[in-house]
Design a binder for this molecule. Structure first.
Ligand code: AHG
Ligand code: MN
Ligand code: MN
Length: 338
């Protein structure tokens, strides 16, 4: 007998029916984002055949060189989401300010935030990249929408997820009821549920950090990594392995699949910045997924999803993954504070 395949649509309908978790606008939103990700996946796969490699010759608001795929992915997400009536506005790593849904379309009650293409440095070298998204509800009944409407703590997220363009194309989603993974069936063009109730294994022997920044770290980070590196003979009493893909999506996907801890800490290179990663469309959605899978996520001191954002492109230090490791790294920071 053939195995019954559950599609993303069926999964969402069941969530809506059984758990009352997904209002129809949110369901449409998730389906539209998933469809846009299919479109991005096709562009990614074309590579040099599709004029998608290389830089676009422009910079984003954060002074980063934009790749062609950064811009293409941003446009795909905007075009897909503008007209459905489910959104009030969008915010993106690649746009200085928010993109309000044009007047010719009905305004919905949700706000969508995204990192259209995560891991840009990996595009041209054929390593996994992804799209990260976060969904907030517009709170209050005021007319119109402003940047302030997006400045909500991550614990307010209605949904979050990412699509990974890797050896398989997968969509990983939470609506606040655990984490589900869907794999793209290319022949059918549909997302098929391949794992439900994802749990980050409690125990891990694997950390992810860019070691080339070691000399710039703060003492608690140095202490944590030094102890891992001492392996069996050190205070941790076990050997650790290291991975660093330099695509947050790929590193988080590995942690959701087999455990581990991911860190992008504050460092002395640019001391005025809290970290490299962006709070609203990288750290918050990933934190929501990780917590929903039984892990933890902090900035070294506080839970990331409790942080009150002050600006759209705010940066944050990130420690996420296996709960015990994140708690340990956080404790080292709190101890060093006195
Ligand atoms: P983006 O491509 O969206 O700018 O994000 C890249 C981020 C993240 O995905 C990754 O973990 C990190 O930058 C890698 O940074 P380093 O190159 O400094 O290691
Ligand atoms: Mn990114
Ligand atoms: Mn990006």
């Amino acid at each position: 007998m053939a195995i019954k395949k559950v599609s993303l649509t069926q999964y969402l309908v069941e969530q809506q029916r059984e758990h009352g978790r997904i209002p129809s606008q949110l369901r449409l939103l998730i389906e539209v984002v998933a469809r846009a990700c299919k479109h991005i996946a096709i562009a990614v796969n074309k590579g040099a055949l599709g004029d998608v490699m290389g830089t676009a010759g422009s910079e984003n608001v954060q002074g980063e060189v934009q790749k062609k795929l950064d811009i293409i992915s941003n446009e795909v997400l905007i075009e897909a989401n503008e007209w459905g009536g489910h959104l009030a506005a969008m915010a993106s790593e690649e746009m200085d300010t928010i993109h309000v849904v044009p007047n010719r379309y009905p305004q919905g009650e949700y706000l969508l935030l995204f990192d259209p293409l995560d891991g840009s440095s990996n595009i041209d070298v054929n390593v996994s990249i992804g799209t990260i998204f976060s969904v907030l509800r517009k709170v209050g009944h005021h007319h119109g929408v402003a940047e302030e409407d997006f400045l909500q703590a991550g614990k307010n997220q209605a949904a979050a997820g990412y699509c990974i363009y890797g050896s398989q194309t997968m969509l990983v989603l939470t609506v606040g009821d655990g984490v589900a993974m869907f794999t793209l069936d290319r022949e059918m063009g549909s997302w098929v549920l391949t794992q439900e109730n994802v749990q980050i294994p409690e125990d891990t022997k694997e950390f992810a950090i860019n070691m080339s920044n070691q000399r710039h770290w703060a003492p608690p980070v140095t202490r944590y990594i030094d102890e891992c590196l001492l392996g069996k003979d050190g205070p941790r009493g076990k050997d650790f392995n290291m991975r660093w893909v330099a695509s947050m999506v790929a590193d988080v996907h590995r942690i959701l699949s087999r455990g581990g801890v991911f860190m992008y800490p504050w460092d002395k290179r640019e001391p005025e910045k809290a970290g490299k990663l962006r709070l609203l469309y990288e750290a918050n959605p990933m934190s929501f997924l990780v917590e929903q899978a039984g892990g933890a996520s902090t900035n070294g001191r506080q839970r990331i999803m409790d942080l009150q954002p002050t600006k759209l492109h705010e940066r944050v230090a990130v420690f996420l993954g296996s709960k015990s490791e994140v708690e340990r790294a956080t404790a080292y920071h709190l101890e060093s504070q006195g």
